[in-house]
Design a protein around this ligand. Structure first.
Ligand code: PLP
Length: 374
């Protein structure tokens, strides 16, 4: 009888759908960003499992190639970084006063103050030292301390001897649209916030507002730190521009079967697509349970051995169907079908076809998708 543990470890190798993650690309993008910002600190955003690239493998590479700090959304993500041995500054910006946030404080994790209630919870916490960064709302109206409460919150934090305010940060609403004046407006508001914090006695040594698009296009807003995510993974944040980033993720499925279809026959549930001529279809095991949106039906193509083939018919839970025409290039079971990435369309092109953004597309692969690191 085989050891069940071994069998579980082997299960991954039996899946036919893979995200291939190029760690050299991530290293190169990190170095590119660090060189671009010079003496400014680089906070690498590795939330959402490093944008679904696998934080356990990705964070050490980013740390070794120039990141000075890490930014994450949740407490769990922050604590995971410490468990991975990351000893650099870590900032967490989504938490609630009801959570056990002291665990994070004990691990030297910086907490974002995103409201007066968050400030009060930290002020009331009986620990010797807490490092915080105040997230100020400068126009995104999502989370962050409202302008009307800036001064009160700054003063409350300043009066708490156990709280060290490392600085302020804010998040941009339209930095991916460089022609939009909103980014300049947010910059002005942010400068006002820093001035207001300093006027109540906070030093605010490290302030930051630049996500990927602003890091790449707005050196005047780098301040003491930048906070990019997307660009680290090699995805272009501004439509139509090319900053020389190297895409790290490819989503690839192995063709499970190639079969004939006759003119007039339909394929997949509902038989919504019917073959025009006699020909062949291929099946790729990427369904909506694996993150392929059902709404993607007939909006994209996959690339097999350098040739593009349209997806046809309904997206199922476990698979999609590809039309091969009369299969002039002899596509066969076992061939790799690139959904996006190396050897196929970029994640940005795939996103455009689906009417979404490359951020969402790289977060899609899930379910039976296994990761393979290059
Ligand atoms: C607060 C915050 N800062 C920085 C980032 C990184 O943004 P980007 O991936 O556009 O660089 C994000 C991601 O959405 C964020 O939520």
């Amino acid at each position: 009888m085989r050891n069940l543990h071994l069998l579980v470890a082997e299960l991954d190798t039996m899946n036919l759908l893979t995200t291939k993650i190029d760690l050299d690309a991530i290293a190169s993008n990190t170095r590119l960003l660090k060189e671009l910002v010079g003496d400014t600190k680089l906070m690498a955003v590795v939330k959402a499992d490093a944008y679904n690239h696998g934080v356990d493998k990705v964070a050490p590479v980013i740390a070794a190639n120039g990141a000075d700090a890490f930014g994450v959304a949740t407490l769990a993500e922050a604590i995971q970084l410490r468990q991975l041995g990351i000893d650099k500054e870590v900032l967490c910006w989504i938490w609630t006063p009801e959570q056990d946030f002291r665990k994070a404080i004990d691990l030297n994790i910086d907490l974002a103050v995103i409201s007066k209630e968050h400030a009060q919870a930290l002020i009331d916490t009986d620990v010797p030292h807490i490092r915080v960064s105040v997230k100020v709302d400068t126009g995104l109206h999502r989370s962050g301390v409202d302008e009307a409460e800036w001064e009160e919150v700054f003063a409350l934090l300043h009066a708490a001897p156990h709280i060290e305010v490392t600085g302020l940060f804010t998040h941009l609403a339209r930095a991916d649209e460089p022609e939009e004046p909103e980014t300049d407006r947010q910059k002005e508001k942010f400068l006002q916030a820093v001035e207001s914090a300093r006027s109540v006695g906070l030093e605010c040594p490290t302030n930051h507002m630049c996500n990927s698009p602003a890091t790449l296009t707005r050196p005047d807003m780098h301040f003491q730190m930048v906070r990019p995510g997307l660009a680290l993974y090699g995805l272009e944040p501004i439509s139509g521009l090319d900053h020389g980033l190297k895409a790290a993720m490819s989503w690839v499925g192995k063709v499970s079967v190639v079969k004939q279809i006759s003119a007039g026959q339909g394929t997949s549930y509902g038989l919504t697509w019917r073959a025009h001529d006699n020909g062949y279809v291929a099946v790729v095991p990427a369904g909506y349970a694996d993150g392929m949106p059902r709404m993607a039906q007939e909006k994209f193509s996959v690339t097999i051995n350098g040739v593009d083939y349209p997806q046809v018919g309904r997206v199922c839970m476990d698979q999609i169907v590809i039309s091969l025409g009369d299969n002039p290039h002899g596509v066969a079971a076992g061939d790799e079908a690139v959904i996006f990435g190396n050897g196929g369309h970029s994640a940005t092109e795939f996103a455009d076809r689906l009417g979404t953004i490359n951020y969402e597309v790289v977060c899609r692969p899930t379910g039976r998708t296994i990761r393979e690191y290059i």
